[in-house]
Design a protein around this ligand. Structure first.
Ligand SMILES: CC(C)(COP(=O)(O)OP(=O)(O)OC[C@H]1O[C@@H](n2cnc3c(N)ncnc32)[C@H](O)[C@@H]1OP(=O)(O)O)[C@@H](O)C(=O)NCCC(=O)NCCS
Length: 257
């Protein structure tokens, strides 16, 4: 018998064990992040049980775009001994129906491969790209932009187009939970993490950005073009796929789920 539902508190460890097994994660480190991250919600940890045995899992994340509510799907994993039996497809279809019935009709995910998601009705709307940023000389240490300024700049940016992801209080808590600094640059800010930039509210057109040499960009291909991010090279990393969404979306990979 197949049962698909969100997990109970005492099933968190089984969920985490399967997640770590499939994605080859260190369970001690993963446990610390899993239960403590600000978006953690048992009501969004989905599991497919077969005769009481945990077979497939996934996690959803609430998303709010200007055009309406949606959710993200990540961490889809099936017990390796039971892959290829249609379990992930069955579970994704169930979760899509649940979202539609509960005010979250649209769905977004990032995928290395399209197969199972295409079968569930997803289509590829963009790509995630990565590449080294052409760095200008950093003669002076850039000013750090205070959080409140970042928050209001981002919120204005998000409000200006219905395709953009909005951040509520919880999403901002998640955003702050990951160590990152926003530096004043090019009429806005560059959000930098060690060797990585995933958010840039800047004017387009500059041939180099004031970042540490060796910093990479990770972003949606469409936004990378709009921002004319100065890249020395650019590789496609993930498919951005959506289901029941009006069209293109705009979000920074700082909000990756
Ligand atoms: C992806 C995965 C969850 C599919 O689970 P499943 O229960 O075997 O899925 P289904 O039986 O419904 O569908 C099987 C199809 O998924 C495809 N598939 C395998 N890996 C995939 C992936 N990473 N993304 C999309 N589709 C995938 C298979 O090719 C297969 O298609 P085929 O029959 O034409 O070969 C499972 O292969 C898995 O756990 N992989 C490792 C973890 C992973 O990469 N997860 C996705 C990234 S979040």
């Amino acid at each position: 018998m197949i049962e698909i539902r969100t997990i109970r508190k005492n099933e968190g460890e089984r969920f985490l064990t399967l997640l770590c097994q499939v994605f080859e994660l260190d369970i001690v480190r993963a446990r610390h992040v899993f239960f403590k991250e600000p978006m953690f919600d048992l009501g969004r940890k989905w599991a497919l049980f077969e005769d009481g045995e945990l077979r497939t899992i996934l996690t959803t994340t609430p998303l709010e775009f200007g055009f309406g509510r949606a959710f993200g799907v990540a961490g889809v994993a099936t017990d390796p001994k039971h892959q290829g039996r249609g379990l992930a497809q069955r579970m994704i279809e169930h979760v899509l129906e649940h979202g539609a019935a509960n005010g979250e009709p649209g769905c977004v995910l990032f995928a290395h491969k399209e197969t199972v998601y295409e079968r569930c009705g997803f289509r590829t709307v963009d790509m995630v790209v990565r590449g080294p940023i052409l760095a200008s000389d950093l003669s002076e240490t850039p000013d750090v932009v205070p959080f409140r300024t970042v928050q209001s700049s981002y919120n204005s940016w998000a409000a200006a187009d219905p395709a953009r992801l909005r951040r509520d209080e919880r999403r901002w808590r998640y955003w702050r939970w990951i160590p990152r600094t926003c530096e004043a640059a090019i009429g806005g800010y560059l959000c930098v993490e060690p060797h990585l930039c995933r958010e840039a509210l800047v004017s387009p057109g500059l041939e180099k950005w004031p970042v540490m040499p060796g910093t990479s960009w990770l972003g949606l291909e469409s936004m990378t073009k709009d921002l004319s991010v100065p890249l020395a090279a650019c590789e496609k990393e993930l498919f951005v796929m959506s289901h029941s969404m009006p069209g293109q979306i705009q979000m920074y990979m700082t909000d990756q789920f």
